[in-house]
Every structure is written in C-alpha cells, then in structure tokens.
Design a protein. Sequence first.
Length: 218
Amino acid sequence: MSTRDESQPALTSLSGDLEGLLVTAADLTGAGLNDFNELASPSSDEDPPPMTGPTPELTALLNRAFNDRAAREVRTSFMNADSSVVVDEGVSERATGAAVAWMADMRQVYTRCAAWTMNIGDQEITVQVVDPADDPSEPLKVEQRFGDEALMRTMLAGPAGEQAQITTLLVRHGDRALELTFRSLAGEPDGPRAARVATAMSQFLELAPAKFLSLPPR
C-alpha cells in the first residue's frame, strides 16, 4: 500500500494548468489590446491593508473576505501605454467548498458595506461601492454571462478629485476562481479617460473569462 500523500501531488501537478488559464502577452494582440503590455511582476502581490467597516461584525467580514488565501494562485498584470489603466488578473484554486464560501463572503461585503476605510501607513482612505444601477459597466448583466457564479462591482477610493476607480469581476467555476481587476483614476463619465477605461474593460471582459472557462471569446 502506498504511503504517498495523495492530495499534495494533485495540487502541485495543477500549477501549470492554472498558469494556462491566465491571459498572456500573446493573447493581447488578437484581442485588440495592443496598447497593453504585461508587467514583469504582478502589481497586486501585496497583502490588503487593514480595513474598518461600519460595525465590528462588518470589519471582521471585510478583512476575512479580502485576506482569503487560496490553496494555489497565479497572477499577472498589464498596463496600457500611458499608464492610465492597470489590469490585474488572478486564477486560484481552493479546497472543496472554500471557493463557494469566499464568494458568499464577497457578496456579503458588497451587499452590507456601502463604504469602509483602509489604513495605509498613517493614511485612512475611504472606499465607496458604486451602486450597480449607477455603474455604466452594467455589472449585473456581466455577472449573468460567466461560470457557476460571478460578482462584479466598482469602488471609488480616496478623496474627491483624486479618487481611484477599482472595478473587480470575480468568476467561480467549481473550486477555481478568476479575479479580474481594473484600476484607474476616476474621471468625468463622458471624458476621454472614462472612454479608454470602458474600452479596455470590455475587451478584457471578453478575453480573460473566456480563457479561464475554456470558452471561445464571444
């Protein structure tokens, strides 16, 4: 009878499989994303900062959800030529049932927390969740397109006039999950920056989930 740990080799053997689900520089040209280049290292490798919600219970929920750790994860990032848009992508695999629990936590965050604060050094930064009905990216429609379940929301972080816009799509497929995040400065809704962000988002929202789910792009 074998004494080998049957679980660890299975996790290790899938590392290359997860890498193959990430968008690569070679995928960008065919998708019309020639303005983007892959960064040498992912831009989102740092741990999330401490967060404070409107109640102790919601503070615990925020920090549990955003600090969730997968059994295995691979990440990449892309930036456009004028550095106005950064796209972070992560593909992860969790223990059986853990991806469902994590998605449930993230859904609770966006349902119950309209705003919270992040503490970065001596700075306290306010994060506000954009109501899906007011979000031009139409997240509720996007969520219907992908995987076993999907969740997409936009957040604004920082003081008025200097706010960062952060839009994240989460897609779960079994015990695996895709995180696709767009980061830029918030601009006028009808301004050129907003148009560039919207175009980039629409292209990546076609490319990355399709590759993650092994589907042809729409």
